[in-house]
Structure formats: C-alpha cells, structure tokens
Design a protein around this ligand. Sequence first.
Ligand code: ADP
Ligand code: MG
Length: 434
Amino acid sequence: LWDDILKNIEETMPEGTADLWLKTCVPLSVMNDVLVIDVPNVFVKEQISKRFQNVIEDVLMDKGYAQSLELKVASEARKDEQQRAERAAQHTGTLPRSGLNPNYIFNSFVVGKSNRLAHAASLAVAETPGEAYNPLFIWGGVGLGKTHLMHAIGHYVLNKNNSLKVTYVSSEKFINEFIQSIKNNRTQEFKSKYRSVDILLIDDIQFLGNKGSSQEEFFHTFNQLHVSKKQIVICSDRPPKEIQNIEDRLVSRFEWGLVTDIQMPDLETRIAILQKKAQIRNYEVPEDVISFLAQNVPSNIRELEGALNRIIACAELNSEPITEENATQWLKDIIRHNSKGPVSVDTIQQIVAENFSLTVEDLVGNRRTSDIALARQVAMYLCRKLTDISLQQIGFSFKKKDHTTVLHAQRKISKLVEEQPRMKEIVDNIEAKL
Ligand code: ADP
Ligand code: MG
C-alpha cells in the first residue's frame, strides 16, 4: 500500500522530492480510515505535513485506502522531544489560538541592539494594552521579526486574560474580507467584527496603499477602536510616510502613538538567535557551526533560520554529524548565492572607512571635516548603489541622519564620479573590494 502511494505521488512531483522526504517514513497502521505513518523527527513531520499531506490524502481517497493521514514521531527519544515541546507550550499557556503561531512568543525572541526598542514597546503594549502606546507602529525589512513580535503581544495578552478578543490579520486579508463582504451584502457583519475587538494586530499595512475603499474602512475601524482605547498594533516594511498612495489622515494616525523600527541584527545577535533556535529545537549545534552560519548567511533572520533547519535536516537524513565542513557542503547553494547578493551597510561602512583611513565611528558620526564628509557621502552613495535598502533606513545606519542627507550624498557622488576620473577610480576601487 505504501509503495503504491509513493509511486503515485512521485508522478506528481519533481523527481526525487518525494523520495527524499518520504523514504524515511514507515507506515504503521490503517484504522478508522486514517493511515498512520511513522516519521523520523519533528522537522520531517512539519515538512511532510506542509508539502505532502494534501497530495497523499488525495491519493488515499482516490484509491479508497483511507480518508486521511496522520504523522507520528514514533521512536522513544523523539516521542520524548515532542512531549517536551508540548509541555513547554502548555507551560507558557500557548494553546493553539486561531491565527497565532504558538512559537512566536516573547520567550523565544532574542533581544539585541537592532530590535531592542521594538521589543520593549511590544512588551509595554502587551502589559497595558490601550495605554502605553496606541497605535504601536513597527517597521523594518522582511524576516526581521515584526510578525513574531505581533504574535507575542497576542499570546501575552491572552495569557493574562483569556476573555479578551485578540485579532491578528494581514492587511491583505482585511482587504479581501472587506471586498467579499461587499459582494455578499455583509458589510455590517464585517464592520462589527473588526470594530468589536480588544486588540487589533494588523500586519503588512503597506498593502493598504492604493486600496481606496478598504483604506476608508480601515480608517473608521481605527478611529472606533482608538476612541474606545482598544490597542492597535501595526507592522509595515517601511515607515508610515513612505507607504505609497495612502491617505495623509491615515499616515498621521499611524504616527499618533509610537513608531519604531527593527534593523538587521548584528553578528552577536545573529549568533544568539541561532543558539536560541537550536535550543528550542532541542538540538546540539557546535559553536563554530553557529558562528559560521551567522557570518555566512548575512541576510535576514528567516533565511538564517532556514539555513539552520537545513543543516539539522541534512544531518538527520544522512546520519552525519554537524560540522563546519558538512555545513559548508549542505549550504553550498545558499552561501554561494549570498556572496553574490547585496552587501550589507555594515560592510560598506567598514571598507569605506578603511579606504579613507578613518574609523567607522568617525564615518557614521557627526564630524564634518571635508575628508570625513566626503567619505561619508561615498559610503551613502555605495549603500544606495549596492543595496535595496531605503533612504530612510540608510540614514538611520549613519547615526540617524535624515533621508534627504542620503539623497544629497547619492546625487553629489554620482555627479563627481561622472565628472572626475580620479573620483571614479577611488569609488571603483572600493566597490571592487565589496
Ligand atoms: P517579519 O514579519 O519581519 O518579516 P518574522 O516575524 O516573520 O519577520 O520573522 C522571521 C523569522 O525570524 C521567524 O521565524 C522569527 O521567529 C524569526 N525571528 C526574527 N527575529 C527574531 C528574534 N529577535 N529572535 C528570535 N527569532 C527571531
Ligand atoms: Mg511579517
């Protein structure tokens, strides 16, 4: 039966995919229309349930073998691991809650320089919803922990008072639901649903740009909640003023409470995050491998976590130890990809400072001697040229300079590079080192 299922599934996927994940599974039983299979660990279980569960269930039903599939992590040690995870979840009170990821709690969030303020503000809001900062607006690039913090607020509030109504929604979902409600003549229901919550966590608000009638609806929802002192938390990939095609009255409301950002974590924080993730997974990952990852996967935390998951999976599937050498092998494509990818602001600052014989401290600081000012402008120019980071965020990385300063630097250096061969040489030289 299992072989037959495997054969059927293989036909629907790229070659080798099903084999990689499913050959490590052992069918245990079919009872009451449920096929139970044994999977080697929690990670494989997650992957299978994400990628294969539906396909497998389709085949099961097609063939009349069973109606559904259950995945069991069966070996004793692994059972233990799962129980521990469940106990931990109970301990923190994170029962499955609709829309909230049970792993996104304050306890699992690592605090560093890059997210300290956002974390503190989130905690304050969670402790005294509607009182500390309303709304709380958190912005920053993808995969830096905004959604994690929002869910953490939700869990914290519910742990203290289970009767509160916490709603987490992405602005896309909000828009879709709103449009659907118009189609179905159910706008009243929609309005009362969102206007009656105690805490509204609304994610990726930038998608509200350009969406006229939904913006209008959100505006009224916001007002209603705000006057009744209900907490609103908003996340976005950019600061309020940079959201495109959004009404001024909304932008100004977004700035009523506290606006704070999350930056890319520094090396130290990246290491701490990896250690935390490995610890949560209950997995021993040697220190040198952790720091290897932190240094070589310099993009966002989601990708960093993906790299960690990958080496754990590879170690298990190949029954090999996690060493730096193996990790290099397993992450070949990710690391190669990254070294070609955009450089970080940190690196640009370091290399530029070196080239002008300055310290990074001087480069990003406020001193304005002509050589420092020029070096600073070159660094800003290169940040614009070599990264996708917004003006505002670059300004921030230079001790909170205004985005117009960055824009000015960009224009000035582009012009100099065009007009002065000597300048072009200097800039090209630095760029080659990056
Ligand atoms: P965003 O919403 O900013 O795109 P997410 O909140 O989805 O990012 O975070 C991406 C992943 O990184 C999640 O798995 C999250 O748990 C993890 N993460 C981000 N920041 C931290 C942190 N400071 N500590 C622990 N995990 C983090
Ligand atoms: Mg997010």
